[in-house]
Design a protein around this ligand. Structure first.
Ligand SMILES: NC(=O)c1ccc[n+]([C@@H]2O[C@H](COP(=O)([O-])OP(=O)(O)OC[C@H]3O[C@@H](n4cnc5c(N)ncnc54)[C@H](O)[C@@H]3O)[C@@H](O)[C@H]2O)c1
Length: 409
């Protein structure tokens, strides 16, 4: 029945905002919540009942979750502290704190007796060992185990997936879990540090167009491969999976694999320019290769995400172009490359393992002894080397360099 109430947590975010719009279009009543104040939501839908800001929309708070879920037919749990690789590699504790949001939302949904609980998991749950080659075969659902997910963010997602399973098995709550693979489209993050590769690359190409400086910085060597799912496919998949009998976590992603270099080719083609590429090899780049194996979703639903990357990128580029030019001009375009996510921890190349990290001691716990060809006991933290680096330059230049490095990504 269309007058039924659905709850969308994380509604001020990219996917949540689109999902609210989708439900309203279909005639549902929608309760939308996000910890961000309303003026920071990507989309505000006045027809929804909006719970915004830390006092009304923080889903880490069980009392708020109870208020949200009361009387609801279905709950869509998308709220999470997350971002692209630059964010999740540098903010692992923040990512893991989303466990409070997921726990309290599922408890409240259970208490309210909702019909369906949808949880947005991620391809970051997959075992890192299976993603070391850019020419990787696509990830099947079973590849999440034995568990070696993305440190921080991926571990939390894997834990919350299992919580969904046990709430279903033990308490009879109808949970459904999709593992999203890189969603992109208009009305999402395109600058500031939480943006993902498609939006970041569109922004950088647009900055080059607007400023006339035909250079682009690419994180990693550009050979890392990914697939990207357009938002419309994501929305369709969420609806199909939630109302299906698929009880296991399932991939929701495109299987059109491209390298980051090819993604830049597409953005350049849309813009009608060619740029000089500069590779930032010490920047966060994530796993070497990741694609979605869609055998399961095809067999269950006779469907898979099918929007061509070129088409989705064109729509995304146009939207970011309008946002960009509303904010920057030829003189200020270069400022758009400054992001604020970094908290000073070292970027972690490849699979999440960084022997130089001063947190290596805690990272290696639970890692197989021969991981990365090294016994876990032999990993050494490189604190002294880091300190030596910092103390070298003279005072004044060091201060300047530090300020820049902290802001620039
Ligand atoms: N976008 C992707 O490519 C992708 C890939 C895999 C998984 N996911 C998952 O899909 C979901 C939505 O992703 P998105 O791209 O829309 O991200 P997003 O960052 O745009 O949206 C998430 C929203 O959750 C909100 N939030 C964070 N903590 C909250 C809290 N305590 N209470 C209420 N709201 C809170 C944030 O303010 C944000 O608006 C997330 O769970 C994410 O982990 C996304």
């Amino acid at each position: 029945m269309k007058s039924e109430l659905v709850v969308v947590a994380g509604a001020g975010g990219f996917i949540g905002g689109h999902l609210v719009a989708d439900f309203l279009r279909k005639g549902y009543r929608v309760r939308a919540a996000d910890i961000k104040p309303l003026d920071e939501w990507y989309q505000v839908h006045r027809k929804a009942e909006n719970f915004a800001g830390p006092m009304k929309g923080d889903c880490r708070d069980f009392r708020i979750c109870r208020t949200l879920c009361k009387g609801a037919k279905e709950v869509y749990q998308l709220a999470a502290d997350m971002g692209g690789m630059g964010f999740i590699e540098n903010n692992k504790a923040l990512c893991m704190l989303s466990v409070l949001t997921n726990t309290h939302m599922i408890m409240a949904a259970q208490e309210a007796g909702v019909d369906r609980f949808f949880y947005s998991s991620s391809a970051c749950v997959y075992n890192a060992d299976k993603q070391k080659d850019p020419k990787i075969t696509a990830l099947k659902e079973a590849d999440a185990y034995p568990g070696l997910p993305e440190d921080g963010y991926g571990w939390e997602k894997l834990f919350s997936e299992r919580m969904c399973r046990h709430f279903r098995e033990d308490f009879g709550l109808n949970t459904r879990v999709a593992r999203f693979h890189n969603v992109y489209g208009p009305n999402g993050t395109w600058e500031g540090g939480r943006e993902k590769a498609p939006a970041a690359i569109c922004r950088k190409v647009i900055a080059a167009v607007v400023s006339g400086k035909h250079d682009i910085e690419i994180w990693g060597d550009g050979t890392q491969t990914r697939s990207f799912m357009y938002i419309d496919d994501c929305l369709k998949g969420i609806q199909l999976i939630t109302h299906s009998n698929i009880l296991e976590p399932i991939n929701l992603g495109s299987s059109e694999l491209v390298s980051i270099n090819q993604l830049v080719d597409i953005a350049e083609d849309i813009a009608g320019i060619k740029l000089n590429r500069h590779y930032k090899l010490d920047a966060p780049r994530g796993v070497a290769g990741r694609n979605s194996d869609n055998t399961k979703i095809r067999s269950y639903l006779n469907w898979e995400p099918d929007t061509r990357l070129r088409d989705g990128m064109e729509r995304t580029y146009r939207w970011i172009y309008d946002e960009f030019t509303a904010k920057y001009n030829a003189k200020t375009a270069h400022l758009s490359s400054i992001s604020t996510f970094t908290k000073g921890s070292h970027p972690i190349p490849g699979d999440g393992f960084n022997p130089e990290s001063r947190f290596a001691d805690t990272w290696k716990q639970g890692i197989p002894a021969t991981y990365n060809g090294k016994a876990s006991g032999t990993v050494k933290a490189a604190r002294p080397a880091k300190k030596a680096k910092k103390s070298k330059p003279a005072r004044k230049p060091a201060k300047k360099a530090k300020g820049r490095a902290a802001g620039r990504r």
